[in-house]
Design a protein around this ligand. Structure first.
Ligand SMILES: Cc1cc2nc3c(=O)[nH]c(=O)nc-3n(C[C@H](O)[C@H](O)[C@H](O)COP(=O)(O)O)c2cc1C
Ligand code: SF4
Length: 547
C-alpha cells in the first residue's frame, strides 16, 4: 500500500462527548489503525471541545483539516477504509467547509479578515489538553517567561490595563485596574483565585475552556500572581466539572515537573503554586465574596463590600479573583501586546467574547467572536438561524440576565452599548426563544431558579422571588389582580435597591426587561375585576406559608 504521509486524527473529548462514549471511539480508532498496519503513519490524540454541542463526537484529520461529526464506534472501520486506504473523504459524516466556517471551527489563519479568529479558544480542539508539550508547541508559557524575565510587575499591569481587557465573569470590571488594587496592598501572603464556579444556567464556556486548554489558565494565573505579588493560587471549581478537574490536576503536575509552577520559575526568584478547591454546587458561591466564605469553610453567603477582596480577601489577605475566560486572555495579551488585543472588538470593549448559545437555534454551542457582534449575527451567522418558528426573545447572561426583544437584534453586544440600552452583557450565555415560548412561563422558570438559589440571608430576596413566582403563576392562569404588574414592578425595583448582593438584585433583570418589551403579553393574564382582599391575620399567615 502506498504511503500517504503522516496524518493526525484528533477526537474531541469534553464533559459531554465523554458521555457519548468518545473514549471508546478513540480506542476503536487506535485498534483499527493498528489492524490496518497504519500506526506509524496515523497518530490519534484527544482535544477538548471543538465548538458545537449538537454534533456528537467530532473527529478531525490533520494536516488536511476536514472534520467529521456524530462519529460512532460502528463508523470507524468504514472511516479508516475510506479516508486512509482509499484516500477519499468519508462523506457520510463529513462537515462541509461552509458549515465548518459557520460553526467557527476554522482557525485564524484560514480566515480572510482580522476580525475572525480565536484568542481564548485558540488551542481548543487543536491540541491535546493533557499534553504540556503540545501547549509549549503553540508558544505555551512563553508569555510567562517574557513577563518574568523582561517586565517588572508594574509593566505587566500596564500592558493589561492598556489592553482594555474587562473581566469576563459578568460585571466587565477592568482587569488591569483590579490587579493594580491588589498590587498596592502591603499585606502578605496574597492570593490569586480563578473563579471556575460557573453556576449560571446555560453557561458552560469556562468548562470548555478548562477542558480544552488548562495550561492557558495556569499561565494567566501565574502572570497575575507575578504582577500582584502573590505566590499561591486557587482554582475554585464546581464539583460537577469532573473532566475539567482531572485535566487541571494533570496540567498542574506537568507544569510543576517542567518548572512553570513551583519555585524559582524561569530561574527567577518568583515562586507560585496552584491548588484546586472544589465547590459544592451553589450558584451564590460564584459571587466572589461568597466564594471566599466557601473556601474558608463557612456557609456560602456573600460578604459586605467594601472591603473588596483586593484588600481583605481569602483569609483576610489581599486577593485577586478573576474569571476563567479573563485569565485565558492574559498570556495572548502579554505575548502579542495591548495594541494587538485592541484590534479585536470595540473601542470600549476590546477583545473577543466566548458565548454559549442555546434554545431554538439550529446549532447550539460555543463560539468566540469579537466584542461588538450583534445578536442577529450570532444567531443567524454562527448558530445557523432559528431551528423552528420566528425569533421572539433572547435572554443574555444567564437566568440573572435581561430578556431582549426583536428590537435589540442589532444592538452591539459589548459592555458599553448594552449599558446604554439599560442592559448587561453578563457571563456569555445566550438563550434564544421562538414565538411559542410564553414570557410568563419563562419568567416562572427564572423565579423557580432564584427561589432555589437565594441563600436566604435577606428577606427581600428570599421572599421576593417566591412572591414574584406566585404573581407569574396568577398571570399564567389569567387570574392576576388588576394591579399585578404594578406590584411586580415595585417588587423588582425594590430588589434592585435593597437586596444585599447582586444575586438578589439581578432577580429584577429578567422581570423588568420583560415588563419593558412584553407588557402587553403580561397584561393578558390580568383579571380587571380581581381586587385584593383586605389583609387580615389569616391572609397574612397564608401569604407567609411557603410550603
Ligand atoms: C450570584 C453570582 C454568581 C456569580 N458566579 C460567577 C461565576 O460562576 N464565575 C465568575 O467568574 N464570576 C461569577 N460572578 C462574578 C464574581 O463575583 C466576580 O465578579 C468575578 O469572578 C470577577 O472576575 P472578573 O473580573 O474576571 O470578571 C458571580 C456573581 C454573582 C452575583
Ligand atoms: S440578596 Fe439573596 S443571595 Fe444575596 S445575600 Fe440576600 S438572600 Fe442571599
Amino acid at each position: 500500500m502506498p504511503k500517504r504521509g503522516i496524518a493526525q486524527i484528533f477526537i474531541s473529548i469534553d464533559g459531554k462527548t465523554v458521555l457519548s462514549e468518545a473514549r471508546k471511539i478513540k480506542t476503536k480508532l487506535i485498534t483499527e489503525i493498528d489492524n490496518q498496519n497504519l500506526s506509524d503513519q496515523i497518530k490519534v490524540f484527544e482535544t477538548g471541545s471543538i465548538s458545537s454541542i449538537n454534533q456528537g463526537v467530532i473527529v478531525g484529520v490533520y494536516p488536511t483539516g476536514e472534520m467529521y461529526r456524530n462519529m460512532t464506534e460502528q463508523d470507524i472501520e468504514e472511516f479508516i477504509e475510506e479516508r486512509f486506504i482509499k484516500g477519499r473523504p468519508y462523506k457520510k459524516l463529513l462537515i462541509s467547509e461552509k458549515l465548518q466556517s459557520e460553526m467557527d471551527l476554522v482557525d485564524i489563519d484560514l480566515r480572510e479578515t482580522q476580525y475572525f479568529g480565536r484568542i481564548v479558544l485558540s488551542n481548543c480542539g487543536r491540541i491535546n489538553p493533557e499534553d504540556i508539550e503540545e501547549y509549549i508547541g503553540v508558544n505555551g508559557y512563553e508569555a510567562l517567561g517574557i513577563a518574568l524575565k523582561e517586565k517588572t510587575p508594574e509593566e505587566v499591569i500596564k500592558i493589561v490595563k492598556d489592553s482594555g481587557l474587562q473581566g469576563r465573569g459578568g460585571a466587565g470590571f477592568p482587569t488591569g485596574l483590579k490587579w493594580s488594587f491588589a498590587a498596592q496592598e502591603k499585606e502578605s501572603p496574597k492570593y490569586v483565585i480563578c473563579n471556575a464556579d460557573e453556576g449560571e444556567p446555560g453557561t458552560f464556556k469556562d468548562r470548555l475552556i478548562m477542558e480544552g486548554d488548562p495550561h492557558k489558565i495556569l499561565e494567566g494565573m501565574a502572570i497575575c500572581a507575578y504582577a500582584i505579588g502573590a505566590n499561591i493560587g486557587y482554582i475554585y471549581i464546581r464539583g460537577e466539572y469532573q473532566l475539567s478537574i482531572q485535566r487541571l490536576q494533570k496540567a498542574i503536575k506537568d507544569a510543576e515537573k517542567l518548572g512553570f509552577l513551583g519555585q524559582n520559575i524561569f530561574d527567577t526568584d518568583f515562586d507560585f503554586e496552584v491548588k484546586i478547591k472544589i465547590g459544592a454546587g451553589s450558584y451564590i458561591c460564584g459571587e466572589e465574596t461568597a466564594l471566599l466564605n466557601s473556601m474558608e469553610g463557612f456557609r456560602g453567603e456573600p460578604r459586605l463590600k467594601p472591603p473588596f477582596p483586593a484588600k481583605l480577601g481569602f483569609l483576610s489577605k489581599p486577593t485577586n479573583v478573576n474569571n476563567v475566560e479573563t485569565l485565558a486572555n492574559i498570556a495572548p495579551i502579554i505575548l502579542n501586546g495591548a495594541e494587538w488585543f485592541k484590534k479585536f472588538g470595540t473601542e470600549s470593549s476590546p477583545g473577543t467574547k466566548v458565548y454559549t448559545i442555546l434554545g431554538h437555534v439550529k446549532r447550539p454551542g460555543l463560539i468566540e467572536v469579537p466584542m461588538g457582534f450583534t445578536l442577529r449575527e450570532i444567531i443567524y451567522n454562527y448558530a445557523g438561524g432559528m431551528s423552528s418558528g420566528e425569533f421572539k426573545m433572547a435572554q443574555i447572561g444567564g437566568t440573572a440576565g435581561d430578556i431582549l426583544s426583536i428590537e435589540l437584534l442589532d444592538v452591539s453586544l459589548d459592555y458599553l452599548s448594552l449599558q446604554m440600552e439599560g442592559h448587561n452583557l453578563g457571563s456569555g450565555a445566550i438563550l434564544v426563544m421562538n414565538e411559542k415560548v410564553s414570557v410568563v412561563d419563562f419568567l416562572k422558570c427564572c423565579m423557580k431558579f432564584f427561589i432555589h438559589e437565594s441563600c436566604g440571608r435577606c428577606s427581600v430576596c428570599r421572599i421576593g422571588a417566591k412572591q414574584l413566582y406566585e404573581s407569574f403563576s396568577r398571570l399564567e392562569k389569567k387570574e392576576a389582580y388588576f394591579d399585578e404588574l404594578k406590584n411586580i414592578e415595585e417588587l423588582a425595583e425594590g430588589l434592585k435597591l435593597t437586596a444585599f448582593c447582586p444575586l438578589g438584585q439581578s432577580i429584577a433583570s429578567p422581570v423588568l426587561s420583560a415588563l419593558k418589551y412584553f407588557r402587553a403579553e403580561l397584561e393578558e393574564g390580568i383579571d380587571p375585576k380581581k381586587v385584593h382582599e383586605p389583609v387580615t391575620r389569616e391572609t397574612n399567615d397564608k401569604m407567609l406559608n411557603f410550603s
